[in-house]
Design a protein around this ligand. Structure first.
Ligand code: PFF
Length: 449
């Protein structure tokens, strides 16, 4: 018996919301800074391979679990394979979702600071070095960071309180195309900068000497982060999909769009980095140093900056909404509590993690976990541990445990769509490629490789 759930009003709405979940700070903030830290071209190549070999198959398997049952992870596993211990991995998703959203909201707070300062006309008019100092001064101010993070959290939970359908769908449907257009304009602008070819070489010339194992781990974690995989988010979202949606096509479209946005962000950032003589390996502050410098030399820079940070804000909130939905839907399905109560509990937990992370560059900068401050620690373990572990479990569950007819039924909608190559490819990846690749990464962590 299928449980009655809130559905997205249109198929496009559900897909747009899933694109909204995938496209966010992961593409525009995290991808460029990680590519910059890991030497560019080779990292990007490994990233693309991870999207193809692991990302798309795992995305499809999350869709299969969610759409076939219209439930979130734990309930879905109980329905599909009663008594299976795999349902316990729903807790990885809930914990991973809370931790990732906790530190992610801090970056959303940075976006609001930059939006505020562009809209009030104060962002532009500095040298690249000054932008680096402006960012450092900002993040080391506890109250400013915490204030913007809290403001972001309030907005996030207000949208959630209005319900999946109204809140997410409306935002996701109009902002994505605009953001995309804006990125294209910025790409053209960056490519016209003097010495932009150096940046393009950095992005697309593959030199494995620059990569190393760390780069491979980062690229794999980033592919999961960018596609929202491994924390059951897409299981939750696809539990809202209509029964006639084409899961194969949707997964390929969503992954393709998401990857395109990341690459476009790279083309905006790196030609400018080299043109202005800056360092590509600035870490998490990279885009906050470069973007103002880019906007500055564009005619009408303040308007471009304001529009961009506004759209980036929307892209971020559609991602945090989807992250917040993981614990919310879990609590509703599991403990049968009201949506309001589930939202309130999630809000309290996330606020605690977010405030602590926001203080990582100031009051709590001496608190180190694995040699990193709390923010950097969560930015590392979220994608590189929780998401990969969740991805491993999902791959094993769908590849080895779930009945083939469920996969076939879901991917082809009962034989309506052909899947002569896709299905064997997906199954092969889930059975062998994804588990082996992720286990190798874990062996690297524990020092065996
Ligand atoms: N994919 C989002 C991004 O690239 O910004 C982040 C994210 C959203 C990760 C939802 C995980 C998730 F469940």
């Amino acid at each position: 018996m299928k449980q009655k759930r809130i559905g997205f009003a249109t198929r496009m709405g559900a897909i747009a919301a899933t694109v909204g979940s995938a496209v966010g700070l992961g593409n525009i903030w995290r991808f460029p800074y990680q590519a910059g830290e890991n030497g560019g071209g080779a990292y990007i190549l490994v990233y693309l391979i991870c999207v193809l070999l692991l990302g798309i198959p795992i995305m499809m398997s999350e869709f299969v679990i969610g759409r076939s049952t219209h439930k979130s992870m734990k309930g879905a596993v109980e329905e599909l394979t009663p008594g299976s211990p795999f349902k316990l991995f729903a807790y990885i998703g809930v914990l991973g979702g809370l931790l990732i959203c906790g530190y992610y909201c801090v970056v959303c707070g940075w976006v609001i600071e930059y939006l505020w300062s562009s809209a009030s006309g104060n962002l532009l008019g500095h040298t690249p070095e000054e932008y680096s100092n402006i960012f450092s001064t900002f993040v080391s101010s506890p109250w400013r960071c915490v204030m913007w993070t809290l403001l972001f959290l309030i907005l996030n939970f207000l949208v959630l309180n209005r319900g999946v359908e109204k809140g997410i769908e409306r935002i996701a449907s109009f902002m994505m195309p605009l953001l995309f257009l804006l990125l294209i304009v910025f790409c053209v602008n960056s490519l016209l900068l003097p010495d932009s070819d150096e940046g393009m070489e950095f992005l697309f010339d593959v030199d494995f000497d620059d990569l190393g194992w760390k780069g491979v781990v980062d690229a794999m974690g980033q592919a999961f982060m960018s596609l929202s995989l491994g924390v059951t988010c897409l299981i939750t979202y696809s539990s809202y999909f209509k029964d006639d949606s084409n899961l194969m096509k949707d997964a390929v479209t969503i992954s393709g769009l998401d990857t395109l946005v990341a690459i476009l962000a790279g083309i905006v950032i790196f030609p400018a980095v080299f043109s202005f003589g800056l360092e590509p390996n600035a870490g998490p502050k990279l885009i906050f140093e470069i973007l103002p410098t880019i906007f500055q030399q564009m005619p009408g820079g303040t308007i471009w900056a304001t529009l961009f940070f506004l759209l980036l804000f929307f892209a971020s909130i559609t991602s945090t909404i989807s992250l917040s939905e993981i614990p919310i839907t879990f609590m509703i399905d599991e403990y049968k509590i009201s949506r309001g109560k589930a939202i309130a509990i999630t809000a309290v937990l996330m606020t605690i993690i977010a405030v602590l992370s926001a203080l990582s560059f100031s009051t709590l900068s001496d608190v180190k976990l694995l040699g990193r401050n709390l923010f950097d620690f969560l930015d590392f373990v979220g994608p590189n541990f929780f998401m990969l572990l969740g991805g491993l479990v999902t791959a094993i569950y769908v590849g080895w445990v779930l009945k083939k007819d469920v996969i076939h039924e879901q991917l082809t909608n009962g034989g309506m769509h052909r899947s002569r190559f896709v299905q064997p490819y997906i199954i092969f990846s889930l059975r062998y490629i994804a588990p082996v690749a992720i286990v190798i990464i874990f062996l690297y962590y524990v020092g065996i490789i």
